[in-house]
Design a protein around this ligand. Structure first.
Ligand code: WQD
Length: 322
């Protein structure tokens, strides 16, 4: 029985494929390679295609005897999503609906969905619990919240799902053979690495006048390998008969921008060139997880600390930068 991983040639997808294979699971990857890199997939069975192509889904389900799915394939650039709502809704929402229709036609009724803490928007309280109101503030986040609702509604026709709300994914594989493609990211950690390695000018620190200990925003940075492990725990939960669920995947620890910079300087032995610039519109002061539910229901918790995260990112980017 095989796990279909859509978007398995992507950043988090490829780390999850590695973890599944390491556990001896049979895997097949479907990826359009619009954003993913086939080199990340190694010799795992791979099909190039789009999640909305029912003929391909039918073929993959039959040929590989797919029993369950981890669904990563989506567009995820927050800023871009505001300029291209049609493209984001078509791919992230309509594409997922077409995917689920084809999966269910093939008797596949278990799916782990790559959601995001971005569905909370700017939370009233931190740490954020899963019963916090969903107030997405970008088209990207809206598409994640809508797919969560869609999957939950499909429980009435037999589909069971776990929506994993990622906080700030970062880091790379321990052996530095796969990691984030910084050309496709505006997130803090890859941008810190770019500044460290001289591939960009100084990092802009978006404001240091927030009501936090050092004045910079805090986030919950989670190691990509901890994220990968959470997906496997979610599959196990569904295979154990678990009901549809949405849960946070974070460490429960709030880390500031300047703390990330400080750890990066320690692991690299170099200064991170940076300047304090104006606040970025829409940035919440602080967003970090209450990870209790994932621990209680999935038996999952993060094992890597910030130094592991930043150290693995440094090892990856300093060895692969071009
Ligand atoms: C983190 C902190 C910035 C860049 C992301 C996206 C999305 C989601 C995770 C999946 C903030 C500061 C950043 C820079 C900076 N992933 N920063 N200078 O804003 O938490 O949002 O959450 O769904 O990727 O929604 O992540 O990495 O952009 O910013 O000072 O050049 O770093 O102000 O405080 P964010 P981020």
């Amino acid at each position: 029985m095989t796990v279909l991983v859509t978007g398995g040639a992507g950043y988090i997808g490829s780390h999850t494929v590695r973890a599944l294979v390491a556990q001896g699971r049979d895997v097949v990857v479907l990826d359009s390679l619009e954003l993913g890199h086939k080199s990340r997939v190694g010799n795992v069975p791979f099909v190039e295609g789009n999640i909305s192509d029912a003929k391909i889904i039918d073929k993959v389900c039959r040929k590989f005897e797919v029993s369950e799915v981890i669904h990563f394939a989506a567009y995820k650039a927050v800023g871009e999503s505001m300029e291209q709502p049609l493209r984001y809704y078509n791919n992230n929402v309509a594409g997922t609906i077409a995917l689920v229709r084809a999966l269910m036609a093939n008797g596949v009724e278990k799916i782990v969905f790559s959601s995001s803490a971005a569905v909370y928007g700017n939370p009233d309280h931190v740490p954020v619990t899963e019963d916090a109101p969903l107030r997405p503030e970008s088209v990207y986040a809206e598409t994640k919240a809508i797919v969560e609702k869609f999957l939950s509604s499909c429980e009435s026709i037999g589909l069971r799902s776990v929506s994993l709300r990622y906080f700030n994914a970062a880091g790379a594989s321990a052996d530095a053979t796969i990691g984030e493609d910084w050309s496709m990211s505006q997130n803090l950690v890859p941008l810190v690495m770019k500044a460290l390695l001289g591939f960009s000018g100084p990092l802009n620190v978006f404001g240091n006048d927030y009501p936090t200990p050092d004045g910079t925003c805090t986030r919950d940075y989670i190691h990509v390998e901890d994220l990968a492990a959470a997906h496997i725990k979610a599959l196990d939960y569904l295979n154990g008969g678990g009901k549809t669920l949405a849960c946070n995947v974070g460490t429960g620890i709030a880390t500031s921008v300047l703390e990330v910079i400080s750890i990066a300087e320690q692991v690299s032995g170099q200064k991170v060139p940076h300047i304090i610039s104006s606040r970025r519109a829409g940035d919440p002061v602080s967003v970090f997880a209450d990870p209790t539910l994932a621990r209680a229901l999935l038996g999952w918790k993060a094992n890597h600390d910030l130094r592991d995260i930043i150290g693995s990112a440094w090892k990856w980017h300093s060895s692969s930068a071009k």
